[in-house]
Design a protein around this ligand. Sequence first.
Ligand code: IPE
Ligand code: IPE
Ligand code: MG
Length: 228
Amino acid sequence: MLDTPLKHLAIIMDGNGRWAKKRGLNRTKGHDAGAETIRTITTYCAEHSSIETVTFYAFSTENWKRPKLEVEFLMKLLDKYLQKELPTYQKNGVRFQAIGDIEAFSKPLQARIQKTQERTQHNQNLTQILALNYGARAEIVSAVNHLIAKGKMAITQEDISTHLQTPYSDIDLLIRTSGEERISNFLLWQLSYSELAFTPTLWPDFTTKELATIIENFSQRHRRFGGL
Ligand code: IPE
Ligand code: IPE
Ligand code: MG
């Protein structure tokens, strides 16, 4: 048995829309509530001794297919979240990083993202990564294109790993909420040997108590990585 600590946790936060619908509310209310859950879970991760990085899937390259009003709401929510979060990042020693193609966002939102990254870059307790306009296939293709631009004729796994946008680290545990059991183009390369946990809980209802239970279950698992 190889005992591997939980260093990198990744979360597909799903079910905001269904959470709102169940309450007869607009989908946007579900996104508001979901942003609060990100805050709570990040604080828990910052206090957890082994977790170094938590990566949240916040907006996929496919989410542009949603109605314009919902997309616009999500962009505004992200801006508000980052603005409100800065003092908490500083207080809890959280370094914020974005992955994904943020150049598709408005200039003020790009500036907010950059500013938050810069202001928090020396925090060392936890790295919180938000995947924004992120798609794993796009990330891998972009890594390969960087290597081609450098004149590489043969590409190794190590080359791809080190040219991904995610500061390279394998994911130890992936959680997806809302009962869907799929990856939806998230971190395909980094998930090769992750443990997977699916829960029917909708993201706004996800609690630190449930996270603690999932982490406890993770710690009982035997990760073999192809060995015995
Ligand atoms: C996840 O919740 C948040 C984003 C994808 C932005 P959804 O908005 O996908 O909620 P459901 O899946 O429709 O319930
Ligand atoms: C995945 O959720 C993307 C994010 C959580 C940001 P979706 O709700 O977009 O995924 P599908 O469409 O159900 O696969
Ligand atoms: Mg969804």
